[in-house]
Write a protein that binds this ligand. Structure first.
Ligand code: ADP
Length: 459
């Protein structure tokens, strides 16, 4: 300010001296007036430049000048810069925040006071079937017409969520959404949606599973309770007692088998994938199957059992878990034995297949299975012939275990079967798990009736 005053005074003094030199006392007055008018005009010009820039300029094109107006514009420019930087930072934070909401697996829709869509993320658009270009600004009630949602939205009680079908839901592929509205700000609403299809399916499966297990256990328990009552209340002969105890033993074994199968399934679900370091010889696995299969056949069809043959057609090794593989292979052999009537034929083979794969297959001349059952055979507790299954000690879990073991070893369970023509159950092991030597022996599969096929593969 002092500098400005000094310059102001100097200019006036100089022009007054010039006026005095040119015209005496009147010249002094003229010089002072000229200095004042000049000063005013220059000041007005500089102030106007700053004002114009302040009105619509940005920090980048601030007028460059000295003096008071220079300092005013310089300070204003710095304030502009700070504000622009603040706006840029806030914008970057907003973009990051929106990107995070976009990446969220939850659908997010922002509604204004009237219920019109202000913004939504990609998942929200997908779940409700919005097209962001077209539907922003539309009332949510016009786009989401599910009656449960309409009642929820208009009811105004948002302390709970509701479940409704998603836009992509079809009869074959249902999609269920859990939807929750959260009021915020001045009458605005945040709509959150979550895909709960898998959860609902898991809940249905859990309920079915508990019902099935209870049903399986209740029958032998009821029988056992009846026998216990009989033994306690009735005077029985030694022979009758022995017979009842024998029947009770059969029921406890049934429950034992069921519990063992359930434990096997839960172990399969909970344990890590089989590694590639443990190599098992096919002959040893086949030997196990042979012992168990032949023993079961003799037990069910005494004295000779059925005609069962075991053939190893390739000298292979398989990478996998011994107990799991034995359990899967024996399940297929035991099914063939249990469902094939006396006098029937069963052929169990290990053979090499195209591309280095190895195939374990069990072919029987049993009753066969109609094609409509094939897709469901590996479901837990699914039975085609329930009475035969229970009579022979089946739990309805055998093929579920086989499928699980096959999956864990990267193998496929293939089923070829039709009524009256027998069945062939095969496990096809991937080349990566197979180490093969020279082929062995000749096939005897020609001895069996060729199975007419409808084929289902379970990976
Ligand atoms: P289960 O313990 O009842 O045998 P599985 O899961 O092993 O249960 O088999 C499911 C159903 O598939 C059986 O109940 C049976 O009806 C049918 N099944 C399985 N293997 C054969 C077969 N070799 N021949 C005919 N039916 C079979």
């Amino acid at each position: 300010m002092l500098w400005r005053f000094t310059v102001f005074a100097l200019i006036h003094l100089l022009l007054a001296l010039l006026g005095w030199w040119l015209g005496g006392l009147a010249g002094v007055l003229g010089g002072v007036i000229a200095a004042s008018v000049g000063w005013f005009l220059i000041d007005l010009f500089r102030g106007t430049r700053v004002l114009i820039w302040l009105r619509d300029g940005s920090a980048a094109d601030a007028p460059r000048m000295h003096g008071l107006w220079g300092e005013v514009s310089d300070r204003a420019r710095r304030a502009f810069r700070l504000r622009e930087q603040g706006v840029r930072d806030a914008d970057a934070r907003l973009q990051e925040f929106l990107a995070a909401i976009q990446a969220s697996p939850i659908g997010v829709v922002l509604l204004d006071e009237e219920g019109r869509i202000e913004w939504c993320n990609a998942i929200g658009a997908l779940q409700f079937g919005f097209e962001t270009d077209r539907d922003l600004g539309q009332h949510i009630g016009n786009l989401v017409r599910d009656p449960a949602f309409t009642a929820y939205f208009t009811g105004g009680e948002f302390d709970h969520d509701i479940t409704m079908p998603g836009r992509q839901s079809t009869a074959k592929m249902p999609v269920r959404l859990s939807v929750h509205l959260h009021p915020y700000g001045q009458g605005r609403k945040l709509l959150l949606s979550r895909d709960v299809t898998a959860l609902e399916q898991a809940e249905v499966m859990r309920r079915d599973f508990v019902a099935n297990v209870s049903h399986e256990i209740r029958t032998p328990l009821t029988v056992l309770a009846g026998f216990v009552e009989t033994l306690r209340d009735l005077p029985l002969s030694g022979e009758e007692r022995a017979r009842y105890l024998e029947l009770m033993d059969r029921q406890t074994q049934r429950m034992q088998t069921l519990v063992n199968d359930l434990l096997t399934l839960s172990r399969l679900e909970g344990s890590p994938s089989p590694g590639m370091t443990n190599w098992l010889t096919v002959t040893e696995l086949m030997h196990n199957c042979e012992q168990e299969g032949s023993a079961l056949s003799r037990l069910l069809y005494p004295p000779d059992g059925q005609a069962i043959s075991f053939e190893v057609l390739c000298n292979c090794e398989i990478a996998g878990v011994r107990n799991e593989l034995i359990s899967a292979l024996s399940n297929l052999v035991s099914n063939a034995v249990r469902y094939t009537p006396a006098g029937g034929r069963i052929v169990v083979t290990w053979s090499a297949a195209a591309g280095g794969q190895a195939v374990f297959s069990v072919t029987d001349s049993g009753p066969g299975i109609a094609p409509e059952h094939h897709a469901r055979l590996t479901e837990r507790f699914y039975r085609v012939d329930s009475s035969r299954s229970r009579e022979t000690g089946g739990t309805g879990l055998g093929l579920a275990i086989v499928k699980h073991v096959a999956q864990r070893h990267g193998a496929q369970l293939e089923i070829e079967s039709s009524p009256g023509r027998g069945s062939r159950f095969s496990i096809v092991f991937p080349a990566s798990r197979v180490r093969c030597g020279a082929p062995q022996g000749a096939t005897q599969a020609g001895q069996l009736p060729k199975v007419e096929t409808t084929s289902t593969a379970f990976s």
